[in-house]
Write a protein that binds this ligand. Structure first.
Ligand code: AMP
Ligand code: GLY
Length: 423
């Protein structure tokens, strides 16, 4: 069978490398992919948001299955458009992708169905939001309703900061129409855990938990990024927490979506905070996380394509999804300056003795060389029997990869190691 994977980052490279292990798959086309994937997939120069282009390509190239990985095409309805042409997909339909596409939707869903999350208010005009902020408790969190490349969440320590956030989002429209409505919510504290899950709307199977490192600089300083590294499993996600999440969050969310007529089939990502009052949902994503996927899939023992087909055919309960009991650490090598301004076009060199997983996110091929072409350039993932070994190995292998202007955090896994020590 020939399949397409829509998207072009490190997450998609990890998905493609996992899918390649399946013998039924002949060719994987990446739309658009990136130059660093060319040994693993056939690159097709169609943008991930060009829904008509994606559908035309799939119809004309005898595509038997599609994996739609990024948020934008899912929210735009790529799966609906492919399904309409008879092409089975892994990924939610538009009406279910709204769980990420609109924070107002997801907050109201959680309130209606009693799923634990931060208290919040919704505003569709700046004047009301500003007047609410006159007396609102701080710190507070201001969130644009729609997709904003992971930048639409502003943590505000003072009322003035919060008012500026409202003005930036609703008046200056820095996130465009995504800021037509906003959520202002209670500031929560506690360790964060990412849990990706497979679900077909009937069964929900959490994957191994992970910990993202969102800030650009060491010690969680600097700007928010898409993610600078990950470890799995997350030591804060104990058996007791996992059980509570299953009963109070995962199953209730799947059931709530069914009741709303928005059955979710695909990968539902739970961004959780383990607060003093128990686990709460910080955000839902309608897709695999990046770089979470770069530690989760290397630990998956079950065939990914078999799981994806089972999800799309609503028979996930037939599959025994198994993860290795090892640990993984992914260090993202970025272009210095990311997430703001950075230079690109530098050659990426990998030593012959490199011995880890390499997931390329922002690169292009030119004259037989691989050049940097994005903020997050690549992820180096090491798997080992213990977390300290996985972290040490990832950093050792990072030394085997080089490009000018490379930047990476030197403390990925540090907090997880401390948490393990504290037990
Ligand atoms: P998001 O883009 O929704 O993942 O949010 C980015 C980050 O902002 C999260 O990973 C949290 O660290 C933080 N955050 C979001 N909502 C809250 C909240 N209610 N309280 C504290 N931190 C939050
Ligand atoms: N790493 C966070 C996300 O994928 O949204």
């Amino acid at each position: 069978m020939n399949i397409i994977v829509v998207g072009g980052g490190g997450r998609e490279h990890a998905i493609i490398k996992s899918l390649k292990k399946n013998k039924e798959i002949e060719t994987i086309f990446a739309l658009p992919g990136n130059g660093g994937m060319k040994d693993d997939a056939v690159l097709v120069n169609i943008s991930a948001t060009d829904i008509d282009g994606i559908v035309d390509f799939a119809v004309n190239n005898n595509i038997g299955f599609a994996v739609v990985a990024p948020d934008d095409p899912l929210v735009l309805g790529a799966v609906d458009a492919l399904n309409a042409k008879g092409i089975p997909c892994f990924g939610p339909e538009k009406k279910a992708a709204i769980i990420e596409g609109s924070k107002v939707f997801s907050k109201n869903l959680m309130k209606k169905y009693g799923i634990p999350t931060a208290k919040y208010e919704v505003f569709d005009n700046a004047a009301d939001a500003l007047s609410y902020l006159e007396t609102a408790p701080v710190p507070t969190v201001v969130k644009a309703d729609g997709l904003a490349l992971g930048k639409g969440v502003l943590i505000c320590n003072t009322r003035d900061e919060a008012k500026n956030a409202v003005k930036t989002i609703m008046e200056d429209k820095v996130f465009g129409a995504s800021g037509n409505s906003i959520v202002i919510e209670e500031f929560l504290t506690g360790p964060e855990v990412s849990v990706l899950s497979f679900t077909d709307g009937k069964t929900v199977v959490p994957m191994i938990s992970s910990m993202d490192h969102k800030r650009a600089r060491d010690n969680d300083e600097g700007l928010n990024t898409g993610g600078m590294g990950t470890v799995a499993p997350n030591p804060h996600y104990t058996k007791a927490v996992a059980e509570e999440c299953m009963n109070k969050i995962f199953i209730p969310t799947i059931e709530a979506m069914n009741k709303e007529g928005r059955t979710f089939r695909g990968c539902l990502y739970f961004g959780l905070m383990i607060t003093p009052d128990g686990p709460k949902v910080i955000e839902y994503n309608c897709r695999f996380g990046d770089p979470e996927t770069q530690v989760v899939l290397p630990l998956l023992k079950t065939d990914l394509f078999e799981i994806m087909k089972a999800v799309s055919e609503e028979r996930l309960s037939d599959i025994n999804v198994e993860f290795s009991d090892e640990y993984a650490c992914c260090v993202i090598m970025a272009s210095d300056g990311y997430p703001q301004k950075y230079e690109k076009g530098f050659e990426i060199k990998v030593n012959d003795n490199f011995d880890a997983e390499l997931f390329i996110a922002g690169a292009k091929e030119q004259d037989g060389k691989l050049l940097t072409n994005g903020g997050r350039v690549l992820g180096v993932t090491a798997v080992a029997g213990t977390l300290p070994e996985a972290v040490e190995k990832a950093y050792k292998e990072v030394e085997n990869v080089s490009f000018d202007n490379a930047y990476y955090r030197s403390d990925i896994g540090k907090r997880a190691l401390e948490a393990l020590k504290e037990g």
